[in-house]
Design a binder for this molecule. Structure first.
Ligand code: PRP
Ligand code: URA
Length: 216
């Protein structure tokens, strides 16, 4: 896939990020390490995705003198995980900006049609004034991301960003065609989807691996 045709895609490129994603992929990685890595990856991706956040000058008194210095107004940021798997990335984002608001969108994919279904939505007020960061480790068909964006827009969100860890080319295409103006941060672009709409090579079911609900 020629990713450069999608101007809104930011494919992250850092050896540490690649290394951590490789460990996530390993089916032998235990739940506790998987969770910790998802959080660390979220910090790294969040650091990049928050690069253009606005700052305003605030008076600070150092031991030497008063000075005006740039600070972020955390309440103008909103992090929105898509449940369940997006929850694994929240702590990393909140570690970066502890005063940010957090909303939640619950979507599950139908096992047969792979279509997303909404089961929960709780978002902060005044989304129109906030930079909203939708977070989900997996962008597979793109259906969940696209539906979550629709919901956020219905609730007034105007300034949106999407951050995922692993994306399939099919999902990138669908998301970029539906939301060409929303910056899409991708940790790794994988080869393709399989017949069950799982990402290959991927990491399996992200929600099950974060919450330890894999069938034994
Ligand atoms: C996973 C993942 C995404 C979605 C991506 O969630 O966390 O939300 O699939 O697939 P898509 O791009 O084809 O929509 P899932 O529906 O498995 O729910 P879960 O996180 O609760 O396990
Ligand atoms: N959701 C996941 O958790 N993994 C995939 O590979 C595709 C969708």
């Amino acid at each position: 896939m020629d990713i450069s045709q999608y101007k809104n895609v930011i494919l992250l490129d850092h050896p540490l990020l690649k290394h951590k994603i490789s460990i996530l992929r390993d089916k032998k990685t235990p739940v506790s390490q998987f969770r910790q890595l998802v959080k660390e990856i979220a910090v790294m991706e969040g650091f990049e995705a928050l690069k253009d956040v606005k700052t305003s000058l605030v008076e600070i008194e150092t031991p030497i003198e008063k000075t005006m210095q740039p600070m972020i107004e955390g309440s103008k940021l909103c992090f929105v995980p898509i449940l369940r798997a997006g929850l694994g990335m929240v702590d990393g984002f909140v570690e970066l900006v502890p005063t940010a608001k957090v909303g939640h969108i619950g979507l599950y994919r139908d096992e047969v049609t792979h279509e997303p279904h909404e089961y929960y939505c709780k978002l902060p007020e005044h989304l129109e004034d906030k930079e909203v960061y939708l977070i989900d480790p997996m962008l597979a068909t793109g259906g969940s991301g696209i539906d979550a964006v629709k919901l956020l827009k219905q609730h007034g969100a105007k300034h949106l960003h999407f951050v995922c860890i692993i994306a399939a080319p099919e999902g990138v295409k669908a998301f970029c065609e539906a939301c060409p103006d929303i910056p899409l941060y991708v940790g790794c672009l994988d080869r393709q989807l399989n017949e069950n709409a799982y990402i290959c090579p991927g990491l399996g079911d992200a929600g099950d691996r974060i919450f330890g609900t894999l069938k034994e």
